[in-house]
Design a binder for this molecule. Structure first.
Ligand SMILES: O=C(O)CCC(=O)C1=CC=C[C@@H](O)[C@@H]1C(=O)O
Ligand SMILES: [Mg+2]
Length: 368
């Protein structure tokens, strides 16, 4: 793809408020920003979405950096790709490390779209002009959860996700349902339950949740199929779906009725789109998951979520959900519950260089 150089930057920014689930409380977010510069001067951007420690998946900012620096960038230099679709196959010689792979692969998609002078959304096959927004309420205080939900509804959001575990589920869900009877509400368990909790999960059926996300183990597909048979509420898989074959097997087994697609978790846009295409064919609705990300990953999510199989609002909120000031210009904004798809080529947002400079804690350039 005629690459001149790749710059890796590690950035760090405090969240406006802590993001709490039963697994972790995030107060500060680090991420890797990948900037690929072509010999023609075009630049593509990607964002590594692994967290600082391995609480959500096994990857971290440091392991992603190591993969990019010591394996993925040298591999791309040694055997150049002609098209971003080729990259995933090339990277498959290295096991997993999907978030590191996606950080680089998405930057190449952005570069490719800019060179073709098309939006990334169009390049992926969409003609949509907007996507519905969704927001996550992640706090360990019920009054705070109620207050945040009220505020987000006032900002125009129409779909809210809360974090649940056996410690709070039968308090949070009934209380929020009572206060917001017609709210499109869903719950993410991040593997807080086991098969023994089946009655507890069944008790949630009466609260009209849009879905329950990842109730059982992060790497399970089989036990989820047992629980899904017992529940009327659809199960959505997040952590368990890291490859196309995971999605295929989960659908075949009846382990879920909905899939959350995260570009980073599945290793890039090519696999994300492949899972989307498969689910669309099988009648399985999908939505785009979030990673408490900065604007570059958010922009890639917007492009992906514009595809027609994304029939459920994703965890795609405005830049102001987490940040005082994002690293992109303009910031992502939610109006009447929707986010407009930018019309400029590639991801359609500019990098706010001044902001980037302020939040960068490390950078390195690799010449091709
Ligand atoms: O990006 C967002 O707005 C929310 C993302 C979100 O809910 C999650 C991100 C990462 C780990 C989890 O806690 C959670 C999820 O599992 O979907
Ligand atoms: Mg989740």
């Amino acid at each position: 793809m005629n690459i001149h150089s790749i710059k890796l930057s590690i950035i760090s920014m405090p969240l406006k408020a802590p993001f709490s689930s039963h697994l972790e409380t995030v107060t500060e977010r680090e991420a890797i920003i990948v900037e690929v510069t072509g010999k023609d001067g075009f630049q593509g951007y990607g964002e590594g979405v692994a967290f600082s420690s391995p609480w959500y998946t096994e990857e971290t900012v440091n392991t992603s950096y190591h993969m990019l620096k010591d394996y993925l960038i040298p591999l791309l230099k040694q055997s150049p790709a002609q098209h971003p679709l080729e990259v995933i196959d090339r990277f498959s010689v290295f096991r997993r490390n999907h978030m590191a792979k996606a950080a680089l692969e998405t930057a190449l998609w952005d570069l490719h779209a800019k060179r073709q002078n098309v939006t990334l959304s169009n390049l992926l096959g969409s003609n949509a002009s907007e996507i519905p927004a969704g927001v996550v309420v992640a706090t360990s205080s019920l009054p705070e959860a109620i207050k945040q939900t009220e505020n987000y509804l006032a900002e125009g959001y129409t779909r809210v996700k809360i974090k649940i575990s056996p410690e709070n589920d039968l308090v949070y869900v009934p209380e929020l349902r009572k206060r917001f009877p017609s709210l499109v509400l869903m719950a993410d368990a991040n593997s807080a339950y086991s098969l023994e909790d089946i009655d507890r999960l069944k008790a949630l059926d009466e609260y009209n949740l849009l879905m329950i996300e990842q109730p059982l183990a992060f790497d399970d597909i089989v036990d989820h199929s047992v629980v899904q048979r017992e529940l009327t509420t659809p199960i959505c898989l997040d952590e368990s779906i890291v490859t196309f074959d995971d999605a295929r097997k989960a659908v075949q087994l009846g382990s879920c009725k909905v899939i959350n697609i995260k570009i980073g978790r599945v290793g890039g846009l090519a696999t994300a789109k492949r899972i989307h295409d498969f689910c669309k064919e099988k009648g399985i609705p999908v939505w785009c998951g979030g990673m408490i990300e900065f604007g570059i990953s958010r922009a890639h999510n917007i492009a992906l979520a514009s595809l027609p199989g994304f029939t459920i609002p994703g965890d795609i909120s405005g830049s102001n959900r987490y940040w005082d000031e994002d690293i992109i210009d303009p910031e992502v904004k939610v109006k009447n519950g929707y986010i407009s798809i930018p019309k400029e080529s590639g991801i359609g947002f500019q990098i706010n260089k001044e902001r980037m400079k302020k939040v960068t804690i490390h950078e390195e350039i690799f010449l091709f």
